[in-house]
Design a protein around this ligand. Structure first.
Ligand code: RP5
Length: 162
């Protein structure tokens, strides 16, 4: 079994359809990861122990997604010195602006790298994690270069009516 390098945590089962985007991209890059439900409000002890043990377990990056009063990424950033990438989950009441503001406005000293709201943010969180890991992993860096080249090549020159 490969060493798990990225932890994907989310506040609720209902966040999984969004965070799954991150898991799928990490899968594509062959980056070993795990997904866990860790709620800042409903399971604070689980949050605490996850943050306490993450670096010791060999994790290198944490992707944390939550919606509404989205305290999970910030609290995790307080508990571990690993880079935390925050994903604001879209909410029905306020469209995810609540999640975004909850995650992005961290006090000086405890940054969370905050992505866009929703699925695009989750995908970009995985890519950001890959970029961080690629700094010390030449094979992964090459995969990223290839992936970006393939994406560019897939964009047509002209719009189509189909
Ligand atoms: C947050 O509350 C979770 O991250 C989720 O986005 C939101 C709603 O959770 P559920 O009521 O769907 O479990 O803690």
């Amino acid at each position: 079994m490969a060493q798990v390098r990225v932890g994907i945590i989310m506040g609720s089962q209902s966040d999984w359809p969004t965070l799954r985007e991150a898991a799928q991209l990490l899968e594509e890059f062959g980056v070993a990861h795990e997904a866990r439900i860790v709620s800042a409000h409903r399971t604070p002890d689980r949050l605490w122990s996850y943050g306490q043990e993450a670096a010791g377990r060999g994790l290198q990056v944490i992707i944390a997604g939550a919606g509404g009063a989205a305290h999970l990424p910030g609290m995790m950033a307080s508990k571990t010195a690993l880079p935390v990438i925050g994903v604001p989950v879209q909410t029905r009441a306020l469209g995810g602006l609540d999640s975004l503001y909850s995650i992005v406005q961290m006090p000086r000293g405890f940054p969370v790298a905050t992505m866009a709201i929703g699925a695009a943010g989750a995908a970009n969180a995985a890519l950001m994690a890959v970029q961080i890991l690629a700094l010390s992993d030449p094979a992964l860096a090459q995969k990223l270069i290839d992936w970006r080249a393939a994406l560019s090549a897939s964009i047509p020159q002209e719009p189509s009516d189909d």
